[in-house]
Design a binder for this molecule. Structure first.
Ligand SMILES: Nc1ncnc2c1ncn2[C@@H]1O[C@H](COP(=O)(O)OP(=O)(O)O)[C@@H](O)[C@H]1O
Ligand SMILES: Nc1ccn([C@@H]2O[C@H](COP(=O)(O)OP(=O)(O)O)[C@@H](O)[C@H]2O)c(=O)n1
Ligand SMILES: [Mg+2]
Length: 191
């Protein structure tokens, strides 16, 4: 049974940055759904490359059958880990239903780490990200924020209803955010 922490928040809220620090120090393995999809997009012979690229540019969400298979595969190939930081997933109802269908009995969701951050700050961070991504531009970001507000935030509210959300305000410095994140993981370890 894989222990899983979902990491959610608007694009540019710092999910990848904070997950890298958690992986370095707290024994969790970081799996970014976006990174896995970008790798699949480039994979020689992938039948999903064009579909993934279209969704990424459009800021829309790839069908869960593709994304969840990539996540499960990565978890199974990661060997023994304290748990997995599933970064940027579930991003909509299709993701959530697909996860429940495919991963029930195989993964236990410990909590959802929600990095909240004002959208204007998020947009600036993405525009300055400098990773050469095809979706870090004004047009794609507008759509990604739309997707986040209308499809992803309701998923966070769903988990909130089940008392599983741990919100950390993320407009602050990385150090301040990470200090709070460590506290969240310590509290979970005590339960
Ligand atoms: N707390 C922060 N303050 C300032 N810049 C940040 C902070 N966290 C992340 N960044 C920067 O903002 C950009 C987006 O961060 P990233 O971790 O990729 O966010 P996400 O995965 O949520 O899109 C990156 O260039 C990163 O270096
Ligand atoms: N669960 C997911 C996660 C990402 N994606 C796609 O990948 C894009 C980038 O996701 P990401 O997590 O790397 O983006 P950031 O929030 O890190 O900026 C999303 O905008 C979607 O197009 C998806 O379709 N389904
Ligand atoms: Mg990211």
């Amino acid at each position: 049974m894989h222990n899983v922490v979902f990491v959610l928040g608007p694009p540019g809220s710092g999910k990848g940055t904070i997950c890298a620090k958690i992986q370095e120090n707290l024994g969790y393995v970081h799996l970014s759904a976006g990174d896995l999809l970008r790798a699949e997009r480039q994979r020689e012979g992938s039948e999903f490359g064009a579909l993934i690229e279209q969704h990424i540019r459009n800021g829309s969400i790839v069908p869960v059958e593709i994304t969840c298979a990539l996540l499960e595969n990565a978890m199974n190939n990661s060997g023994d880990a304290k748990g997995f930081l599933v970064d940027g997933f579930p991003r909509n109802e299709d993701n959530l239903q697909g996860w429940n269908k495919q991963m029930t009995g195989k993964a236990l969701v410990q909590f959802v780490l929600f990095l909240s951050c004002p959208v204007p700050i998020c947009i600036q961070r993405c525009l300055n990200r400098g990773q050469g991504r095809t979706d870090d531009n004004e047009e794609s970001l507008k759509k990604r924020v739309e997707t986040y507000n209308h499809q992803t935030f309701p998923i966070i509210e769903h988990f909130e209803k089940n008392g599983l959300v741990r919100e950390v305000k993320s407009e602050r410095s990385v150090e301040e955010i990470y200090a709070d994140v460590v506290e969240v993981f310590n509290q979970t370890a005590k339960v």
